[in-house]
Write a protein that binds this ligand. Structure first.
Ligand code: ADP
Ligand code: MG
Length: 494
């Protein structure tokens, strides 16, 4: 579709400067369609995949509508996870670079509430970005008041509902005045969202980025038929062949993440695991290392990966076929973000082929068959990379010291061909062990019994990731996992 230029959107010069400094050239389709409508004051229900620029789609008009001279909370954004809340707040912070009077504060579970109270008092933010559980806590304590809020955003609404935040969201929305503008974003539109729309929105415009315009076509999608016990081997061959810098491997269970991390670690990859059982501290460390590149392969469950917003992920591997189409869309959306290219590989075992077909139809995308690379393919590819690197090094020059060293060896040793060959051999062998040495302490809970069989034939097991089962407390406090059921007391419509 025709996308708009930000300059044609009747935006203030301060925000245009902010957008400019972020390097955005033109608005993405969802931004082109929603920003003008939101500026007009319309309630919106927006549907678009991950990586389509939804944050700025609601962030830009929200910022435009903030009364700078007023220090009360005017905008509220609800996100499913702490990571996402932080990322949204950061993106808004960048947009606000030239509007110092407006402040944004992320408020999420897991962070000490006293700390948040201090920030709320000292920063006086006009925009709050938070996870539903913790926002509700603050409302309950009367430390956040929503009477002055005139715009509410639900970001990744489907995901928040999946995580069991429905009650918390509804309770929060009840505290917002009826006239407030509401903007709901969701990759999918399950019934529960339509219910929220009916109850809390006024004549909402349903804006949908058609599938063909979504970022999916930029992602090349492949599938491989394997046996369960071949998966890890197949994965490492693909990792070696593709030679990607950053990639994400998806598993269906937390257990499986631990297993895969262990296996890949043993094979010398720079790998980190991410799932709901890890302490927040560990999750932050893994993500930090992934951003820095000291972890190159992130192994994650669906929920844990929701907050991953790293732009240069080159490949996604679905080691386990996701259970539903939506997860597939979310997973592959981790690569190919806004205009970049990416590849997605999905392993299918036996009858799972039928599910894959369904996923292909749902996402309206071509998932092409590909063969497991042979060991020779991988070796050849590695050799080619090495040859390229050698050529580059020669071209770059500055080899004088090395040459004089070689000359010293050549005084009593063989010929230069032998020396070069020996160096090559040394270069390709101990590398993996060196990698292992720099790897950070293992990123996983260590007190759980782990299978040592090394095969993965458990099949779709019951310990599916975070979303199933009753909400429970974990070490991050009650938020991000499932809401606390609001007691009937304490919730009163004004
Ligand atoms: P979504 O919420 O739809 O998954 P994000 O809002 O997180 O997507 O945006 C994904 C990435 O694209 C971010 O790094 C963001 O800064 C960038 N981005 C957003 N809008 C644009 C744009 N108009 N041009 C270029 N990059 C953009
Ligand atoms: Mg988003």
């Amino acid at each position: 579709m025709e996308t708009l230029k930000f300059a044609d959107m009747k935006l203030s010069s301060e925000i245009l400067q902010g957008i400019q400094s972020m390097g955005f050239e033109k608005a993405s389709p969802i931004q082109s369609m929603t920003i003008p409508l939101i500026l007009e004051g319309k309630d919106i229900i927006g549907q678009a995949q991950t990586g389509t620029g939804k944050t700025a789609a609601f962030g830009i008009p929200m910022i435009e509508k903030i009364d700078k001279s007023n220090k009360q909370i005017q905008g509220l954004i609800l996100c499913p996870t702490r990571e996402l809340a932080i990322q949204v707040a950061e993106e808004l912070g960048r947009l606000l670079k030239f509007i110092p009077e407006v402040h944004v504060l992320p408020v999420y579970g897991g962070q000490p509430i006293e700390h948040q109270l201090k920030s709320l008092r000292s920063l006086r933010p006009q925009i709050i970005v938070g996870t539903p559980g913790r926002i509700y806590d603050h409302i309950d304590r009367k430390t956040i008041r929503l009477e002055t809020v005139h715009m509410v955003v639900l970001d990744e609404a489907d995901e928040m509902l999946n995580m069991g935040f429905r009650d918390a969201i509804e309770e929060i929305l009840k505290f917002v005045k009826d006239e407030a503008q509401t903007v709901f974003f969701s990759a999918t539109m399950p019934k529960a969202i339509l219910h929220l729309t009916k109850t809390y929105q006024t004549n909402p415009e349903h804006v949908q980025v058609a599938r063909q315009q979504m970022s999916a076509p930029l992602i090349e999608q492949f599938y491989l038929e394997v046996r369960n016990d071949q998966k890890i081997d197949a994965l490492s061959r693909l990792l070696d062949l593709n030679h990607t810098k950053l990639s994400v491997v998806f598993c269906n269970t937390k257990r499986r993440v631990d297993d895969v991390v262990e296996h890949l670690e043993r094979r010398g990859y720079l790998v980190g695991g991410l799932h709901g059982d890890l302490k927040q501290r560990d999750r932050d460390r893994v993500m930090g290392n992934f951003r820095k590149g000291t972890v190159e392969i992130l192994v994650a469950t669906d929920i844990a990966a929701r907050g991953i917003d790293v732009d240069d992920i080159e490949a996604v591997y679905n080691l386990d076929l996701p259970y539903d189409e939506e997860d597939y869309v979310h997973r592959i959306g981790r690569t190919g973000r806004v205009g970049r290219k990416g590849k997605a590989f999905t392993f299918v075992v036996g009858r799972e082929m039928n599910n894959l077909k369904r996923i292909g139809q749902f996402t309206n995308s071509k998932i092409l068959p590909t063969k497991l690379p042979t060991v020779t393919d991988v070796e050849e590819n590695k050799a080619n990379q090495l040859v390229d690197k050698i050529k580059e090094t020669i071209k770059a020059g500055g080899l004088e010291r090395s040459i004089s060293l070689i000359e010293r060896i050549m005084v009593d040793e063989t010929n230069s061909l032998d020396i070069a060959a020996a160096l090559l051999k040394m270069l390709s062998e101990p590398k993996k062990r060196a990698k292992e040495a720099v790897e950070a302490p293992r990123d996983r809970v260590s007190d759980r019994p782990r299978s040592s069989t090394g095969n993965f034939s458990r099949g779709p097991s019951r310990d599916r990731d975070d979303r199933s089962g009753p909400p429970r407390r974990d070490d991050r406090g009650r938020d991000d996992r499932g809401p606390r059921r609001p007691s009937s007391e304490g919730f009163r419509r004004k």
